[in-house]
Design a protein around this ligand. Structure first.
Ligand code: HEC
Ligand code: HEC
Length: 284
């Protein structure tokens, strides 16, 4: 006791007391707050689903029915998964404005921002809670991986190019439908398209294309955007088709013009020769 009261006036005493008091207050706070905090994060998920349900009811239920089981105007969303919601809404396809052969992605960024990402996540959580299905992929799933680009190129040419064309610029399908260009699609949406198979596109489940294969395809498509056109004009990067067309139209016309030029010059030259000869004869 005596030693303690002697050290009471030590210059550092105030700091020691303060540090002890702070540590105690911190421990007390943690003890009091932590059960509440975990209850709070549990509530966040439920809250997210509730918020998503509210957004769904006001913006989507008119076509997909209040219970999401579908109607004449839109398919059932039970079991499509959060990935389908994120894909459809973030690319601007949903909420659809009018029915058609194919509901288009929005063409400019302003049109896509009807909902914030938070709101899209809420709706995705709500639809996910109804019947499962593929969940929104994590950022690491579709992260660019340079070592997978070559594999992605092979997989893309084998599994996607028949609809989206070898260079990913898209192509027409039957009944007025088309496979869109993939040159501007976000990596996340590319991954989600494979997971959910929008419209006429098949679903590429994990048994079909492993998560690594999907990441490879995303890496390839993103890398291909930056590839330069070696040898000048890319001609739409369509390969032999556009190059052949170029030779047949432009190349052939140039050759024809050249032939005409030669012919014209030959005739002119010979006509001049004849005229000269005639003049010489007359002069004699
Ligand atoms: C005007 C009617 C309409 C509205 C409003 C609408 N949808 Fe759709 N939705 C459709 C139609 C039609 C399809 C089928 C699309 C197709 O085949 O091209 C569809 C498809 C979908 C799909 C794909 C389902 C699948 O099987 O992959 C999702 C997910 C979806 N809608 C979510 C939503 C969400 C979320 C909203 C609200 C933000 C919404 N929709 C609003 C009509 C609508
Ligand atoms: C049978 C034809 C077909 C095949 C095969 C196919 N797709 Fe699609 N894809 C489509 C159609 C059709 C759409 C448009 C769907 C819509 O608008 O609802 C589409 C849409 C997409 C989109 C959305 C593009 C955007 O900007 O909104 C991506 C990304 C995509 N496909 C990637 C792929 C990849 C990667 C593969 C190969 C693993 C593939 N597709 C194979 C037909 C196909």
């Amino acid at each position: 006791m005596k030693s303690l009261s002697m050290r009471r006036r030590h210059p550092l005493a105030a700091f020691v007391v303060l540090a002890l008091a702070l540590a105690f207050a911190g421990m007390l706070f943690a003890a009091l707050v932590s059960p509440a905090a975990s209850a709070d994060s549990g509530e966040t998920a439920a809250q997210q689903i509730a918020d998503g349900k509210g957004l769904y009811t006001s913006s989507c239920s008119s076509c997909h029915a209040p219970n999401a089981a579908g109607s004449d105007l839109g398919p059932s969303l039970i079991g499509v998964g959060g990935a389908a919601v994120d894909f459809q809404v973030s690319t601007g396809r949903m909420p659809a404005k009018q029915p058609g052969a194919q509901i288009q992605a929005k063409q400019n960024q302003a049109q896509q921002n009807i909902f914030t990402q938070q709101q899209i996540d809420d709706m995705a959580a709500y639809i996910q809670s109804l019947g499962g299905g593929p969940n929104v992929p994590a950022a690491s799933d579709y992260a660019q991986n340079d070592s997978l680009i070559a594999l992605g190129g092979v997989l893309f040419r084998n599994t996607c190019s028949q609809c989206h064309s070898v260079n990913g610029i898209g192509g027409a399908l039957t009944d007025g439908k088309y496979a869109p260009a993939l040159t501007g699609t976000s990596p996340k949406a590319i991954y989600e398209a494979m997971l959910t198979g929008p419209q006429n596109m098949p679903v590429f489940g994990d048994s079909n294309l492993s998560p690594k294969d999907k990441q490879a395809i995303v890496s390839y498509l993103v890398e291909a955007r930056a590839a330069p056109n070696y040898g000048g004009a890319g001609l739409g990067r369509l390969g032999p088709v556009s190059e052949g067309l170029f030779i047949w139209t432009i190349g052939l016309i140039l050759l024809l013009l050249f032939a005409v030029w030669i012919a014209a010059h030959t005739t002119k030259a010979s006509a001049e020769r004849v005229a000269k000869a005639a003049a010489e004869k007359a002069g004699k």
